[in-house]
Write a protein of this length. Structure first.
Length: 393
C-alpha cells in the first residue's frame, strides 16, 4: 500500500521526510498499530491531543473471547479468539520492548448466577458458547466457592472460562507508548478535525468514536459507566478471578488488580454524554455486593464513564476506506478494543506494508457499510475530542 514499497530488509525505501504512516488516535489500538509499523521500519507519526485519556482510561481490560461470545456474532467471536491467542506472545514482547509490566493476568474468569433465573439466563449463553467449541465448563456452587471463597453463599451456580484473562488498560497505554517511541514513532499533540490536515502516505484512523466525523463511517457512542473500589489495607483483593455475573437480572463484572483495585462495570447506554449517574452507581454496587459481599467494606475511589465506538453489527471496522486512497480504518471495536488490540495491529500493519489484505479482514472491512455514510460528513466536522481520539473500548 505504501508507494515507496517495502525494502529488502523489511522497511520502506526512504524518500522525502514525509511520514510513511500517520495514526489518528492514541488509544491501545492506535498505539499498537504505531508500534508495529515502526518495528517494520516505517516513519510513523501519531496524532492525539491527550494519549490515553479517553475510553481506555475507563475500560476494565477483560480479554474475554469466551464470555463475550454472544448470539449472532460468530464471525466476531472467531476474531476475538484469534486475537486472544496472540495475547500471550504480544504481552511478552511488549513488556520487553517497553521495559514495563502492565497487569497482564491469566487467572481466568468465573461466570456466575445469583438466582435460579440468573443461572438459567447464563446457562443459555454457556450452551451456545460450548456449541461453538469454546472452553467454558459449568461448575456447581461448591466448586465455585472452592475457587473463590469470597463469593456469596446465595450464588446458585456458574462456569469457568480459563482462557479469559485481563490486562490493565491504563498501564497498557503507557507501555505501548513507550514501545512505539523506542521504535521511532513520534507524536503530534494537536487534534485532527479533517484528514486533509494529515500529511502521510497512509493514514490510519484509530480515533474510536471520533472516526465518524473524520470518515463518515457509522460509528456511534455507547456509554459505559464504571466504578473503581480499593481493598481495605495493603495487598490484593480477596478474590483473584475476574467475576462476571447476573444478580437479580443485573449484569455486572468485577475485575481484581494486584494493586488492590477492583473495577466494577458496566452500563450499556445508547447516549453520548459522560456523566456518572446515581442510579448507575447504585445498580452496579448492589449487584457487585450481592455476588461478593466483602466488597461492601471496600473504598469507593473512582466513578467514571466512557464512550465505546459501536457499529451496526457490533463488529470492528478494519481496512481500506472505499474511494479514499491511502486511508485505513481501525475503529468500531465497541466493547472489544482491548482484546482485539494485537490482531488489529498485526492485520493493519501487514496491509500497510504488503498491500495485501489478510483473509481475516474480509468480514470487517468498511465497504460492508457502503451507503451508510453521508458524503457531506466524510473527512469533515468538528475536531475529535481527546476521549474520541481514543479507542473508546
Amino acid at each position: 500500500m505504501l508507494s515507496g514499497g517495502p525494502s529488502p530488509t523489511g522497511g520502506v525505501n526512504r524518500g522525502p521526510a514525509r511520514a510513511d504512516v500517520a495514526v489518528v488516535g492514541a488509544g491501545p489500538v492506535g498505539l499498537a498499530v504505531a508500534w508495529r509499523c515502526a518495528q517494520r521500519g516505517l516513519r510513523v507519526v501519531v496524532h492525539d491531543p491527550a494519549p490515553g485519556s479517553g475510553a481506555s482510561h475507563v475500560a476494565a481490560g477483560m480479554l474475554a473471547p469466551v464470555a463475550e461470545a454472544y448470539f449472532g456474532e460468530r464471525k466476531l467471536t472467531g476474531l476475538l479468539a484469534e486475537s486472544a491467542a496472540r495475547w500471550p506472545g504480544f504481552a511478552a514482547e511488549l513488556a520487553e520492548a517497553a521495559g514495563a509490566e502492565f497487569g497482564y493476568r491469566t487467572d481466568g474468569t468465573l461466570v456466575v448466577g445469583l438466582t435460579a433465573d440468573d443461572l438459567a439466563e447464563a446457562g443459555r449463553l454457556w450452551t451456545y458458547q460450548q456449541g461453538l467449541g469454546l472452553p467454558i465448563t459449568p461448575l456447581r456452587p461448591s466448586e465455585l466457592r472452592d475457587r473463590e471463597p469470597a463469593l456469596a453463599p446465595r450464588v446458585r451456580g456458574g462456569a469457568v472460562a480459563p482462557g479469559d484473562h485481563q490486562v490493565d488498560p491504563r498501564r497498557l497505554v503507557t507501555a505501548l507508548r513507550a514501545a512505539a517511541e523506542r521504535a521511532g514513532a513520534v507524536w503530534r499533540p494537536g487534534a485532527v478535525g479533517d484528514l486533509s490536515q494529515v500529511d502521510a502516505r497512509v493514514t490510519v484512523v484509530a480515533a474510536g468514536c471520533g472516526a465518524a466525523a473524520l470518515t463518515g463511517l457509522p460509528v456511534r457512542p455507547v456509554k459505559g459507566q464504571v466504578l473503581r473500589l480499593r481493598a481495605p489495607g495493603p495487598g490484593a483483593p480477596d478474590f483473584r478471578h475476574v467475576i462476571r455475573g447476573y444478580a437479580d437480572g443485573e449484569s455486572v463484572y468485577l475485575v481484581p488488580r494486584d494493586s488492590g483495585e477492583v473495577v466494577v462495570g458496566a452500563t450499556v447506554e445508547e447516549r453520548a454524554d459522560t456523566e456518572v449517574t446515581g442510579g448507575a452507581v447504585l445498580r452496579l454496587l448492589r449487584a457487585a455486593v450481592d455476588l461478593v459481599p466483602g466488597l461492601a467494606e471496600y473504598e469507593l475511589v473512582e466513578t467514571s464513564a466512557g464512550l465505546r465506538p459501536g457499529t451496526p453489527d457490533n463488529a470492528p471496522i478494519l481496512g481500506a476506506l472505499p474511494g479514499r486512497p491511502g486511508v485505513l480504518a481501525a475503529t468500531g471495536h465497541h466493547r472489544h478494543g482491548i482484546v482485539l488490540t494485537p490482531v488489529t495491529a498485526d492485520l493493519v500493519t501487514e496491509l500497510i506494508v504488503t498491500g495485501e489484505p489478510d483473509p481475516l479482514l474480509a468480514p470487517f472491512t468498511p465497504d460492508r457499510f457502503a451507503g451508510a455514510a453521508s458524503p457531506a460528513t466524510v473527512g469533515r466536522g468538528r475536531p475529535a475530542s481527546a476521549s474520541e481520539e481514543e479507542t473508546c473500548n
